[in-house]
Design a protein around this ligand. Structure first.
Ligand code: NCD
Length: 336
C-alpha cells in the first residue's frame, strides 16, 4: 500500500527564516549589547523586543524549540536566590537550541566561596560562554561585570538597583493583557524602596502616556531620584499609603513583596510586612477589566483566593518572561 503523504502542519523553514530576521535590521542594534538598565530601551527597541517575544511564543506553541542558538553557551551566575529568573533564562536558551552553565543556587560550591573576585569569575566564564547572566546583591555589580567581560552581560538584578529583563516582561505583560500601554493607570503597591522591579518598570513606563500611583508605607517610598524623573516627564503621578485610594481606578495593580533581605532592622520589617494584602473583597472594588501582577515570589501580599480571578495575571506574567528572555538572548547574540 502506498504510504499516505502527510502535509506538514506548517513550514519549519519559513518559521526559522522568520526567526532569523527575513532581512530586518540586525537585532535592532542590540547585537553584542550588555543589558544593564532599562535606560538603554526606547519605544523602538521595546516594540522590537515585544514583536520578537510574540514570535517566540508562536514558535514555542507550534514546535517547542528551534536551533537558532545552537552551539551557543550561556553562563548563568546567581549570587542571590532565584527561581523564575534563572529557570526562564535556562529554558529560553534551551528552547533556542543553546546550552547553559548554571552557577545558580550552588554559588557556595564555586570558587566565589574561596574569595575569588567578581571580575575574575566573569573573566573565567567568558572563556566558555557567549553571554553571561548575572544576579548579585550589590548595585552596579552588573556594570562592573560588563566592564570586565568581552561578551554581553545581562543584569538579572543588582541588589536594590535594577532588574531590566523583569521590567521588560512586566511591560510586555501589560501590553498583552490590556492591549495597550498608553492611557493606562498603573498602581504599584508594596516595597517601592528596595524593590528593584518597580524601579525598572517605572522608568520604562516613562516612555508612555500613563498615570502612576505609588502605594507604600512611609519608609518604603519610591526613591526620590526616580520620583524626580517621573515629575520631569510631567506625568500624572501620586503617592499614597492606602490601596483603597487607587483600587477603583487602576488598570494595572502591580503588587510587590517587602524585601526582607534588605532590612538591617527586622523589627522594622515586621512592622510593614503585612500592610497590604490583596483579597477577593478588595478585588470587588476594582475595575472589571483590570490586571493584577506580581514579579513573585509572593509571601502573603496576594491571597491565594485571588488566583482564580481572571484578572490575576501573575502566572501568565511568568510565562511571558521566557519569551522576553528568548527575544533578548537572540538579539544580543546577533540572531535578529
Ligand atoms: C524579583 C526580584 O528578584 O527582584 N523576583 C523576580 O525576579 N521575579 C522580586 C522579588 O524578589 O521580590
Amino acid at each position: 500500500m502506498e504510504a499516505t503523504k502527510l502535509e506538514p502542519l506548517f513550514n519549519l523553514q519559513e518559521l526559522e527564516a522568520k526567526l532569523n530576521g527575513n532581512g530586518r535590521a540586525r537585532a535592532n542594534g542590540l547585537t553584542g549589547w550588555d543589558i544593564l538598565s532599562v535606560d538603554q530601551f526606547d519605544r523602538d527597541k521595546l516594540a522590537y523586543i515585544f514583536g520578537r517575544a510574540e514570535e517566540m511564543r508562536e514558535m514555542v506553541e507550534r514546535v517547542h524549540g528551534v536551533d537558532l542558538l545552537k552551539g551557543r553557551v550561556l553562563a548563568c551566575l546567581f549570587y542571590e536566590p532565584s527561581t523564575r529568573t534563572s529557570a526562564s533564562f535556562i529554558a529560553a536558551m534551551e528552547r533556542l537550541g543553546g546550552s547553559v552553565i548554571p552557577i545558580t543556587q550552588g554559588v557556595q560550591f564555586s570558587s566565589v566561596s574561596k574569595g575569588e573576585t567578581l571580575a575574575d569569575t566573569i573573566r573565567t566564564l567568558e572563556q566558555y560562554a557567549d553571554v553571561i547572566v548575572l544576579r548579585h546583591p550589590e548595585i552596579g555589580s552588573a556594570r562592573m561585570a560588563a566592564e570586565a567581560a568581552g561578551v554581553p552581560v545581562i543584569n538579572a538584578g543588582d541588589g536594590p538597583g535594577e532588574h531590566p529583563t523583569q521590567a521588560l516582561l512586566d511591560l510586555f505583560t501589560i501590553k498583552e493583557e490590556m492591549g495597550r500601554i498608553d492611557g493606562l493607570k498603573v498602581a504599584m503597591v508594596g516595597d517601592l524602596r528596595f524593590g528593584r522591579t518597580v524601579h525598572s518598570l517605572t522608568k520604562l513606563l516613562l516612555h508612555f502616556d500613563v498615570s502612576l500611583r505609588f502605594v507604600s508605607p512611609e519608609i518604603l517610598r519610591m526613591p526620590l531620584k526616580i520620583m524626580n524623573e517621573v515629575r520631569d516627564k510631567g506625568l500624572d503621578a501620586r503617592e499614597t499609603h492606602d490601596v483603597a485610594d487607587v483600587i477603583e481606578n487602576a488598570d494595572v495593580l502591580y503588587v510587590t513583596r517587602v524585601q526582607k533581605e534588605r532590612f538591617s532592622d527586622l523589627d522594622q520589617y515586621n512592622e510593614v510586612k503585612d500592610q497590604y494584602i490583596i483579597t477577593p473583597d478588595l478585588m470587588r472594588q476594582a475595575k472589571e477589566k483590570m490586571v493584577v501582577m506580581h514579579p513573585l515570589p509572593r509571601v502573603g501580599e496576594i491571597s491565594p483566593e485571588v488566583d482564580a480571578d481572571p484578572r490575576a495575571a501573575y502566572f501568565r506574567q511568568v510565562q511571558n518572561g521566557m519569551y522576553i528572555r528568548m527575544a533578548l538572548l537572540a538579539a544580543v547574540l546577533g540572531k535578529a
